[in-house]
Design a protein around this ligand. Structure first.
Ligand code: ADP
Length: 613
């Protein structure tokens, strides 16, 4: 907890140097420029036209009419001026309408999509370890949440700044022209800049401290609406704990507000006193005194001064705010940039050779998860000869899945090396290396897409219906898929399609297994591919699997040791090391832990006597 508070303190003190703020602002603007230069230019051209026009059709027109009436100016002159201003405004309105509604229709989404695409591409390339690092994950979520919004806010803030500077210049010029003594009233808000900065800092602190709370709220929400949690949520009283968690987030949120909200209210109050009482009221008194008592000002001037002073103080105080806003946006853009600039550690050297068939060897491999106290794999050595089928068995937590993750280069080893055909896999082109594997994971996922798309995880196969059907038949899923009205075109899950199919876990597993049949990669990894199947389906699936895998190198993990019997070699893992290795017959003859486990499992299927025979 103390550590958490320290971390938050550190975040709070975070302030970017001016140069970095400018650079982040330019970065945000560049994103929009790259997405659509037309939109970018059009956006600001409109402001350069609109801001002076606003002054001319508002403040300046009023002054001219009132002064004109007071000084008996010929009404034709006034009307002519009004007609010209009206005509210009109509024309500009027409152009801007065309720009916003025709040229830029849908531009928001287009720009948002381009920025999201950059982030998704990055997210796809970062190593799995990043997802397990809360600090990185927070940054990732923040970047995803804020990227587009903040980019647009930077654009709007710059637009506001331009607008305000033009309006400020027009009104200041007018005031200076009427009475230079009015200028100090307008400039006063600049002195209140420190209050702006304070408010801005508080806003940022609130936003930063909200993030982890929001993350917990989102998690609780997920447990209520995602199907995968629904059974546990109903069968126990987990939902009560989740509601408690929700309540806890509410208290944390309130505590966070207590820390900052009162200070923010005070800062805003002081600011409004400074602006409204000293600046606007002071100028009003001076203008009324000059008009009524001294007679040095016309009524028209007095009226526009009241408006102009308000406008100037608003523009100035907001120009200060604008810079503070740039600072705030920049802090968020920093997260986005950090995320985009993050250099993925799992890479391969430029021009690295493509993966080819060959033997895979683990040579004295050790591995520790980030933040863990001890190694999950310790000095593991094993060989998968080309075309061999090896089985990894062992108790839960013994490191089988971790070994597979290293094999797939989802993580890199800490010590030792893994080689393919004698070359360290870190020296082989990563994409081609991963492409040479077909996998079924223990925690496989079905996507809310068609059956066919779920079978072809790699797009190049899309459209090959014959192959999809073959793969589904081999994995045993086809019988079920054939009963669905749209067959392999049926959408899986009903999340986006009310006619979608909700398959049982076993059926889903068969569909995910079809992915292996649909690819003729040189390597296949099957991590508990049949955990959701009944023993008969499992047996059939294994037969099919091994037939399809002929000629391929296969690593499979199965809790049912009977499926390991035919493997070329079995590795028994225990506490992150390989404790036994050999064929089924060899290991049974050794009469070690494998033999004991095998007998125990056989007993539970066929009875004690039969197992002993
Ligand atoms: P198995 O597949 O044999 O059940 P795993 O390889 O999944 O075993 O896990 C081995 C050990 O590594 C376990 O103690 C597990 O808690 C730990 N472990 C697995 N994944 C992670 C992770 N992402 N971060 C930290 N520890 C992990």
């Amino acid at each position: 907890m103390a550590e958490k508070t320290k971390k938050q303190e550190k975040e709070k003190k975070k302030k970017l140097p001016f140069k970095r703020t400018v650079s982040n602002t330019v970065f945000a603007l560049r994103q929009i420029w790259e997405a659509s230069p037309v939109y970018f230019v059009g956006y600001y051209v409109m402001t350069f036209i609109y801001a002076p026009l606003d002054f001319l059709t508002g403040t300046y027109l009023i002054r001219m009419i009132v002064n004109g009436v007071e000084k008996n100016t010929p009404h034709e002159k006034i009307i002519t001026y009004m007609l010209i201003v009206g005509a210009v405004q109509l024309t500009v309105n027409m152009i801007s309408n065309y720009f916003w509604n025709v040229v830029n229709a849908g531009m928001y989404e287009q720009i948002g999509a381009k920025i999201q695409k950059k982030l998704f591409n990055k997210a796809q390339s970062v190593e799995l370890a990043c997802y397990e690092n809360p600090a990185f994950y927070d940054k990732y979520v923040k970047a995803m949440d804020e990227a587009y919004n903040r980019t647009r806010k930077v654009m709007q803030t710059l637009d506001d700044l331009i607008w305000r500077l033009i309006t400020l210049a027009c009104n200041s010029f007018l005031l200076f022209f009427i009475d230079p003594w009015l200028i100090p009233f307008g400039v006063f808000p600049l002195l209140l800049g420190f209050l702006r900065r304070w408010i801005n800092k508080l806003n940022h602190n609130i936003a930063v401290e909200r993030k982890p709370i929001d993350r917990r709220i989102r998690y609780v929400r997920r447990t209520f609406y995602l199907g995968e949690y629904s059974k546990e949520m109903r069968m126990g009283n987990m939902y009560l704990r989740m509601l408690d968690e929700l309540k806890a987030t509410y208290y944390d949120f309130k505590a966070m507000l207590r820390r900052h909200a009162l200070k923010r209210a005070l800062a805003k109050y002081l600011q409004s006193i400074g602006l409204e009482v000293i600046c606007v009221m002071g100028a009003m008194l001076y203008a009324v005194w000059s008009t009524v008592a001294r007679g040095t000002m016309t009524v028209g001037d007095c009226i526009v001064i009241l408006g102009s002073i308000g406008t100037i103080s608003y523009c100035l105080s907001n120009a200060v705010q604008t810079f503070a806003d740039f600072g705030e946006h920049s802090l968020f853009m920093e997260d986005v940039r950090n995320f985009l600039d993050y250099e993925t550690k799992l890479t391969s050297p430029e021009g690295a050779p493509k993966a080819e068939k060959g033997d895979i060897c683990f040579e004295n491999v050790s591995f520790r998860y980030e933040g863990a106290d001890s190694d999950t794999l310790k000095n593991v050595s094993l060989t998968l000869k080309q075309g061999e089928h090896i089985a990894l068995v062992g108790q839960n937590g013994s490191g089988k899945t971790t070994l597979v993750k290293l094999l797939l280069r989802l993580y890199d080893v800490n010590e030792g090396k893994i080689t393919l055909g004698g070359t360290d896999i870190r020296e082989i082109d990563l994409d081609s290396y991963r492409e040479s594997f077909s996998c079924v994971f223990q925690d496989f996922k079905i996507f809310s897409m068609s059956v066919e798309q779920n079978v072809f995880l790699r797009r190049r196969r899309e459209g090959d219906r014959e192959l999809a059907e073959y793969a589904l038949k081999e994995s045993g899923a086809y019988d079920k898929i054939a009963t669905l009205e749209k067959g392999i075109d049926t959408t899986l899950t009903r999340e986006f399609d009310e006619n979608g199919a909700n398959l049982s876990i076993g059926e889903q597993q068969k569909v995910s297994l079809a992915r292996v049949f649909a690819e003729d990669t040189p390597f296949a990894v099957l991590d508990e591919p049949s955990s959701a199947l009944d023993p008969i389906a499992e047996h059939k699936m294994f037969e099919n699997m091994m037939r399809a895998a002929k000629g391929r190198s296969v690593v499979f993990i199965s809790h049912r040791l009977s499926s390991a019997v035919d493997a070329d070699r079995i590795y028994l893992m225990d506490g992150g090391t390989i404790s036994e290795c050999g064929t089924h017959a060899e290991l049974m003859a050794q009469n070690g832990k494998y033999a004991e486990m095998f007998r125990l499992q056989a007993e539970s299927y066929i009875g004690k006597e039969a197992a002993v025979q």
